[in-house]
Design a protein around this ligand. Structure first.
Ligand SMILES: *Cc1c(COP(=O)(O)O)cnc(C)c1O
Length: 466
């Protein structure tokens, strides 16, 4: 008890909120932010987390509907993860894995991932983030085709409004216009097809027909480029940052069929979907397809320390292993502290049966409650998602799927209402996103959905649509 009190007291803010904001404004450039506007308004200073709750420097308790940035799957404040890091730092804080060396921490993690992942995934390459993971996917795909005597297979096809990170390769693979506009140099041989976003782009088609049509854009693009020039297709099983967009059920089987038919690697970016979000260990299991490469990050360590990885299907791993040196690596590939935290995190997910609970209990409860709460709401067009991830589509006229002309603004209005109600719910354009820690209870789900309803009601009122 004493121990706990000491820990908390040493985590009390050391400065006033005003001081923190002034120093932050003076010296810190935030990611994806309009710094001038942010500095004028002042950042919220988060000082502590426990379970699904955060506290800011003014003492407000906030419920975190986003698990940080889709990553804190086991929730905040898990002592086991801190202990694993502490022990590993004392024993061996760093050693590399480049020069004929390895260490127990990365060995344990690799063996554990092989056990938890579907059977054909037995090899893992490590990095520090999802972006580096997708850079690595490109490197592996190109290396794989070189070992097959087909080095001309260079093109990688991805989707508009997909998100694959913000390194140059990750940003190019992603299909975010606002990022591309600020990237005059992009990685070559990357091309995009349209997203499987039925609500926004499905027109008069049924979701099933639309899913097939969007998947068949892949085949058309492969034929246009020549299959002999295409290395891989990459996609998020469901789009996360793009709005928690769940593709129609016809989409992934058709994508897989096309990749197999034309001998193209299929890469699943599991950075958000991996480690339980959908109620399966990996989101591709939920959608029922079998990728050749999987990108992992975020939930791998529940965000307690940075780590990313790529899982290689046996049919990709073997040629990489058997054909000489693969000239790729990062100083911190398989970092011992990150690996130790990942092992402790995965052990919690497995031993506490958290993912089974998402699948059988909290996930269905969350999805049903959202759908009941927003059925016939004047500005909600659809709720999509499964397990503990959801996208709530705001719309001018839900019945005709008419979207707002100023959708970004409407999303921001709603996000501000959430903020004032001490709920973290993110906006992606006109879609509101929820992805809470996987340890969330039913009572905490009630709180999140109640606060989300209050914020969306307030948004409708402000727009004169209530
Ligand atoms: C967050 C994310 C990334 C990028 O991961 P970083 O750790 O931010 O580099 C890549 N892909 C998906 C699907 C993501 O959600």
């Amino acid at each position: 008890m004493n121990d706990r009190t000491d820990t908390l007291s040493c985590m009390q803010p050391q400065r006033s909120t005003a001081e923190y904001r002034a120093l932050d404004a003076a010296h810190h450039i935030h990611p994806f932010s309009d710094m001038d506007a942010l500095n004028r308004a002042g950042s919220r200073v988060i000082v502590r987390g426990e379970g699904v709750y955060l506290w800011d420097s003014d003492g407000n308790r906030i419920i975190d509907g986003m698990a940080g940035l889709w990553c804190v799957n086991v929730g905040y404040g898990r002592r086991e993860l801190a202990d694993a890091a502490y022990r590993q730092m004392q024993q061996l804080p760093f050693y590399n894995t480049f020069f004929k060396t390895t260490h127990p921490s990365v060995i344990e993690l690799s063996a554990l991932l092989a056990e938890l992942a579907p059977a054909p995934f037995n090899h893992f390459f490590y990095c520090n983030s999802g972006s580096e993971g997708n850079d690595t996917v490109l490197r592996i795909a190109h290396r794989f085709w070189a070992t097959q005597g087909k080095p001309q297979k260079k093109y990688v096809i991805s989707r508009r409004n997909g998100y694959h990170g913000s390194t140059i390769a990750g940003g190019t693979l992603g299909g975010m216009d606002y990022m591309h506009e600020q990237m005059p140099s992009k990685v070559g041989h990357i091309v995009h097809i349209d997203q499987p976003y039925w609500f926004g782009e499905g027109g008069d088609m049924t979701p099933a027909a639309f899913g097939l049509a969007r998947a068949r854009q892949l085949e058309a693009k492969i034929l246009e480029l020549g299959a002999e020039n295409v290395a891989a297709f990459i996609g998020e099983p469901f789009q996360g940052a793009g709005g928690v967009i769940f593709p129609p059920s016809t989409y992934w089987p058709e994508i897989q069929r096309i990749c197999r038919k034309h001998d193209i690697l299929l890469a699943a970016d599991e950075v958000i979907g991996g480690f339980g979000r959908t109620g399966e260990w990996f989101a591709h299991q939920h959608f029922g397809f079998e990728p050749d490469l999987i990108t992992l990050a975020k939930g791998l360590t529940s965000g307690y320390v940075p780590m990313g990885a790529v899982g290689l299907h046996d049919r990709v791993a073997q040629p990489i292993i058997e054909n000489g040196e693969f000239n790729h690596g990062l100083t911190y590939s398989g970092h011992p502290v990150a690996a130790a935290v990942a092992v402790a995190n995965l052990a919690i997910l497995r031993d506490e049966r958290i993912i089974e609970r998402v699948k059988n209990d909290t996930g269905p409860y969350f999805q049903n409650l959202l759908r009941e709460t927003f059925a016939n709401h004047p500005i909600v067009g659809e709720v999509s998602g499964t397990g503990l991830v959801a996208g709530i589509q705001l719309a001018q006229d839900p019945r005709t799927r008419k979207r707002f002309e100023n959708g970004d603004e409407v999303g921001t209005i709603c996000r501000d209402h959430c903020f004032n109600g001490n709920l973290v719910m993110r906006a992606s354009g006109d879609r509101m996103l929820l992805s809470p820690p996987l340890v969330i209870t039913r009572a905490e789900i009630d709180e999140i959905v109640g606060k989300a309803k209050a914020a969306i009601d307030a948004t409708a009122l402000q727009l004169d649509l209530a």
